[in-house]
Design a protein around this ligand. Structure first.
Ligand SMILES: [Zn+2]
Length: 93
C-alpha cells in the first residue's frame, strides 16, 4: 500500500516556491497559458532504466508542479535546490 505521508511541510513548500521564483523558472503554463500551479507534498523520483528497471541506488528526487488547468507537470531537482538536509545530515550528496 502506498504511503500518503508528506515530505514537505508548508514552510518547506514556501522555500521551494521562493527558490523556483528566484530562478525565474515559474511562468505561465506552456501548454495552456494558465498561471496556476500546485506543488506536490511529496518528493517523486523517476525510475531508472538500465536494460531493466533498477530499484534502489541512484535517485533523482524531484519537486512536482502541476498546472491546475491542464495537468501539465514540471519537475525540479531537490538536490539542485540544496535547501534541505538529507537523512545523513548533509546538505546534499
Ligand atoms: Zn496548463
Amino acid at each position: 500500500m502506498a504511503s500518503n505521508k508528506n515530505f514537505f511541510t508548508e514552510e518547506m513548500k514556501k522555500k521551494v516556491i521562493e527558490w523556483i521564483q528566484a530562478k525565474n523558472a515559474l511562468k505561465q503554463c506552456e501548454c495552456c497559458g494558465a498561471n496556476a500551479w500546485f506543488m506536490s507534498d511529496q518528493v517523486v523520483s523517476p525510475v531508472i532504466y538500465a536494460g531493466s528497471m533498477v530499484v534502489g541506488g541512484t535517485a533523482f528526487p524531484q519537486v512536482m508542479l502541476v498546472c491546475k488547468n491542464c495537468g501539465n507537470t514540471k519537475y525540479f531537482n531537490v538536490l539542485v535546490m540544496n535547501l534541505f538536509e538529507t537523512k545523513e545530515g548533509e546538505k546534499n550528496v
